[in-house]
Design a protein around this ligand. Structure first.
Ligand code: AMP
Length: 111
């Protein structure tokens, strides 16, 4: 956890282009954007992935989901947005600190 890059971003030890923060989450621009707007929402608390959340995280997860549309609207994504949570190596997760991708702007490719 001490080597977790997203913990360091949340703590302000590594610079990021922060667009939103509150007592539970930080949102910043993805360094390699896959869409005109590509943000990452992370909890301040370290959680490895969606596979390691427990009942104690229910309020946090609800807060993250409820905050995503607020952040999307602030980012100008009035027409909608895509949310992705990569989970585990098989799911394409590269950074093992739970994060929600928020993508939008322009036309997103289909799955
Ligand atoms: P995932 O594959 O779901 O684990 O996604 C990790 C994301 O973190 C990727 O889209 C990376 O581009 C992004 N990322 C990694 N390091 C940084 C960083 N220092 N600042 C912003 N985004 C980052």
């Amino acid at each position: 956890m001490n080597d977790c890059i997203f913990c360091k971003i949340a703590a302000g030890q590594i610079p990021s282009d922060r667009v939103y923060e509150d007592e539970q989450v930080v949102v910043f621009r993805d360094i390699y954007p896959k869409a005109p707007v590509h943000l990452l929402m992370i909890p301040r608390e370290h959680v490895d992935s969606l596979e390691t959340v427990s009942a104690t995280h229910e309020a946090l997860l609800a807060h993250m989901l409820r905050t995503l549309p607020v952040v999307a609207h602030r980012a100008g994504l009035e027409g909608g947005f895509r949310t992705i949570i990569n989970t585990g190596r098989g799911g394409g997760q590269e950074v093992f600190h739970l994060h929600m991708h928020l993508l939008g702007g322009g036309t997103l490719p289909g799955f």
